[in-house]
Ligand binder design. Structure first.
Ligand code: G3H
Ligand code: 13P
Ligand code: NA
Ligand code: ZN
Length: 328
């Protein structure tokens, strides 16, 4: 059934595991996540970005997720809005039936300009007041996602700061986090520790200077009752890049967030881990391979099937790696 994000994250905290939150845009992605969760007995967070709602249409996103709840009535499932850029966007999502919303006030409404602390507090508190009245969970964000190597936010389009960021903007300050949570009463807080959205996160396997997992521990010690969220947490598996490039793709050398670093972050208090890119890579590789091997085929179901299988395999792996097996 559809359940409360707060309850799901509380359970994860009590039992020391993390829950991957998968971005979904269409039927096959929703099916992939649900099938993976079903196989391992995991709880599910399905999240839709503004881009997803635009791509599929709000009714389709809503009913795809509600269909997932109907098809898998035994699986606890949260419908979460990813990166809301204003209280109005969050209000719309709540009206649509989302049980959890992210108010990303780390950026102004354009989703590009780093926002002042006071602005972030004001819009986030506004969403918390509105959401908590109707039992909806709120995730806030403090600090800007961005590469500590380049100062860039990563994604060319979608959510991410434009231009160059200062080193300090890309690392959430524990004291500021405490003040933010006190002022806003958010349930969950996305923090900046050097990850960024998209495939191009790191130019090498990250070490502590460019991926600040220790920062998670310092923040968690300061705000132990706030569930920490890691965005930009795809691992960008080299084997998935290799499949894409083997079958005509051209993805440059790049590295994601190593699984063992996410596991360490979970030990330090991270409960929700956002993953979109890994599913995109898995599906793209599978489609490229199928098309290459079957130039005569044209039934969409035939090429969507291996894509869905590849997405499911990634999701299942993450559920197991983050300790979700049997927790649903
Ligand atoms: O926020 C980043 C997620 O990967 C969503 O991406 O805006 O392209 O749907 P999107
Ligand atoms: P990735 O691009 O690393 O998958 O991150 C997704 C994300 O943070 C969505 O909010
Ligand atoms: Na989110
Ligand atoms: Zn994100």
């Amino acid at each position: 059934p559809l359940v409360s994000m707060r309850e799901l994250l509380d359970h994860a905290a009590e039992n020391g595991y993390g829950i991957p939150a998968f971005n979904v845009n269409n039927l096959e992605q929703v099916q992939a996540v649900m099938a993976a969760a079903d196989e391992v007995g995991a709880p599910v967070i399905l999240q839709a970005s503004a881009g997803a709602r635009k791509y599929a249409g709000e009714s389709f996103i809503k009913h795809l997720i509600q269909a997932a709840a109907e098809a898998y009535p035994h699986i606890p499932l949260v419908m979460h809005q990813d990166h809301g850029t204003s209280p109005a966007v969050c209000e719309g999502a709540i009206k649509l039936g989302f049980g959890s919303v992210m108010m990303d006030g780390s950026l102004l409404e354009d989703g590009k300009t780093p926002a002042p602390f006071d602005y972030n507090v004001r819009v986030t508190r506004q969403v918390v007041e509105m959401a908590h009245k109707v039992g909806v969970t709120v995730e806030g964000e403090l600090g800007c996602l961005g590469s500590l190597e380049t100062g860039k936010a990563g994604e060319e389009d979608g959510i991410g700061a434009a231009g160059k960021l200062e080193h300090s903007q890309m690392l959430t300050d524990p004291e500021e986090a405490a003040a933010f949570v006190k002022a806003t009463q958010v349930d969950a807080l996305a923090i900046a520790i050097g990850t960024s959205h998209g495939a191009y996160k790191f130019t090498r396997k990250p070490t502590g200077d460019i991926l600040a997992i220790d920062r998670v521990k310092q923040i968690h010690e300061r705000i132990p009752n706030t569930h920490l969220v890691m965005h930009g947490s795809s691992s960008v598996p080299q084997e998935l890049l290799a499949i894409i490039n083997q079958y005509g793709g051209r993805i440059k050398e790049t590295y994601g967030v190593p699984i063992e670093e996410i596991q360490r972050a979970i030990r330090y208090g991270v409960r929700k881990i956002n993953i979109d890119t890994d599913i995109r890579l898995a599906m793209t590789g599978a489609v490229r391979k199928f098309m290459h091997e079957n130039p005569d085929k044209f039934d969409m179901r035939e090429w969507m099937k291996p894509a869905r299988e590849a997405a499911k395999a990634v999701c299942k792996q993450r559920y197991l790696e983050f300790g979700c097996a049997g927790q649903g």
